[in-house]
Ligand binder design. Structure first.
Ligand SMILES: *Cc1c(COP(=O)(O)O)cnc(C)c1O
Length: 362
C-alpha cells in the first residue's frame, strides 16, 4: 500500500483509472511498473515462487480493486475465475444461474451438475420474483447483468437482499457493464468477476480474468484456488491490462455514446426487426430481417465492422451468436451481437447502413 492511498480513496473512477497502481514517486522511478518476468524469487521474503505472486499482477489488481471497491485477484482468464468461484460451492448445493449467460459459465455449471457435484436452477435474471423464488436453499446466486447475448438486466440490490436472506452468496459477472457503469459490491454483491479480456484490457490483445471481493475469507479462498489450480495470469497480460485500463473511462464513455447514436438509426432501419439495448454500455443486439442467412450476409458485408467473437475492444465487432452450436436455442437465429467500438460514429454508421441497405434489397 502506498502513502497516497488515502488521497486516492476520495477520487473519481476516471482519476483512479489513471492514477492508481503507480510505483512510489522517487527521483528516476518510472511512472509505470516494469514488467517482471520471474518464476522464482530469492528466499526469505513473501513471494518465493511465481505461482504464488508476481509484482506484475499487483498494479492491475490495485486499479481494478479500487474501481470495484474491493480487493482484486487476477486469473489466467475469465473462465478460470468462473471455475475458482464455482469450486467454492460444496457438493450437492444449489446454484441459481441465468438461463442466458456466457456459454462457458453455463457449460461449467452443466458439467458439474451432470457429475452430481451441484444442482443448477436456471432463471431469467430480469424476472426478480422468479430469481427470489429460486433462492430458497441456494448456496450461490450467479448473476450476469447485462446477460450475454440477450442483454437482460437484473435488479442487483433486490436479488442481493433476497439471496442474503436465504443464506446464499451473490456473484455478479460485471464484464459487460465494467465498474464505470455498475459497481455490484457497492450494491451488496459478495463477489464481482470479470473477463478482463474484454473492456478492461480493451484492445483485443490479452486473455485475462479477475475476481473482486470485500470479504477476507472469500479473498483467501480464491487466492488459495489460484495457487492450487495454477490458474495464474501471465505477467504480460496484466501489464497490457493496466495499460488498457488507463483509458477505460474514455473508451467506455465513447463506446456508449456511439451505441446511443446508432440505436435509433438501427431501430428505424427496414432490415432490422428488433433492437435490444440494456440502457447503458456499448453492446447492442439486433435481429436482422431475413433470418440467419441475412444475418450471416451482414457479417460478411462490412469493411470497418469486423466479424469476430468477443467484445469490448476499441474496434467495432459483431457476430451472429447462433453460429455457435452450443448457443442457447432461445437466442434467435438472426440475432447479431454488436460490440460498438470507439471509432468515429458516422464512419461506423456509413459502413453498417450500407451493409444493411444491401440486405433490404437482397
Ligand atoms: C468472455 C466472457 C467470459 C469468459 O472470459 P474469458 O476471458 O474468455 O475466459 C465470461 N463472462 C462474460 C460475460 C464474457 O463475455
Amino acid at each position: 500500500m502506498h502513502s497516497d492511498d488515502e488521497d486516492l480513496a476520495t477520487l473519481s473512477a476516471a482519476t483512479i483509472a489513471v492514477a492508481a497502481g503507480r510505483p512510489p514517486r522517487e527521483p528516476d522511478a518510472p511512472l509505470n511498473f516494469p514488467l517482471t518476468p520471474a518464476s522464482v524469487f530469492v528466499a526469505g521474503g513473501d513471494r518465493e515462487y511465481g505461482r504464488y505472486s508476481n509484482p506484475s499482477w499487483e498494479p492491475f489488481e490495485e486499479v481494478l480493486g479500487r474501481l470495484e471497491g474491493g480487493r482484486a485477484l487476477a486469473f489466467s482468464s475469465g473462465l478460470a475465475v468462473v471455475a475458482a468461484i464455482i469450486d467454492l460451492v460444496s457438493p450437492g448445493e444449489v446454484v441459481v444461474a441465468p438461463r442466458h449467460a456466457y456459454l462457458g459459465t453455463l457449460q461449467q455449471l452443466a458439467t458439474k451438475e451432470q457429475r452430481g457435484q451441484l444442482k443448477v436452477r436456471m432463471v431469467d435474471v430480469s424476472d426478480t420474483a422468479a430469481v427470489l423464488d429460486a433462492c430458497e436453499d441456494a448456496a450461490l446466486v450467479w448473476l450476469e447483468s447485462p446477460t450475454n447475448p440477450a442483454l437482460e438486466v437484473a435488479d442487483i440490490p433486490a436479488v442481493v437482499d433476497g439471496a442474503h436472506e436465504a443464506g446464499a452468496r451473490v456473484v455478479v459477472d460485471n464484464t459487460f457493464a465494467t465498474p464505470l457503469l455498475q459497481r455490484p459490491l457497492t450494491l451488496g454483491a459478495d463477489i464481482v468477476m470479470h473477463s478482463a479480456t474484454k473492456y478492461l484490457a480493451g484492445h483485443s490483445d490479452a486473455v485475462l480474468g479477475a475476481a473482486v471481493t470485500t470479504d477476507d475469507a472469500t479473498f483467501a479462498a480464491l487466492d488459495g484456488q489460484r495457487r492450487l489450480l495454477g490458474s495464474i495470469p501471465g505477467t504480460l497480460e496484466t501489464w497490457l491490462a493496466v495499460r488498457g485500463m488507463r483509458t477505460l473511462h474514455l473508451r467506455v464513455e465513447r463506446a456508449q455514446q456511439n451505441a446511443r447514436t446508432l440505436l435509433p438509426r438501427l431501430e428505424s432501419h427496414r432490415a432490422v426487426d428488433q433492437v435490444r439495448y440494456p440502457g447503458f454500455g456499448g453492446i447492442i443486439a439486433i435481429e436482422v430481417r431475413g433470418g440467419a442467412p441475412a444475418a450471416d450476409l451482414l457479417t460478411r458485408s462490412t469493411r470497418l465492422w469486423v466479424h469476430a467473437t468477443s467484445l469490448g475492444g476499441v474496434e467495432s465487432t459483431f457476430e451472429r451468436r447462433r453460429r455457435w452450436q452450443s448457443e442457447q436455442a432461445t437466442i434467435p437465429e438472426n440475432l447479431v451481437r454488436m460490440s460498438v467500438g470507439v471509432e468515429d460514429v458516422e464512419d461506423l454508421w456509413a459502413d453498417l447502413s450500407r451493409a444493411l441497405d444491401g440486405l433490404a434489397h437482397a
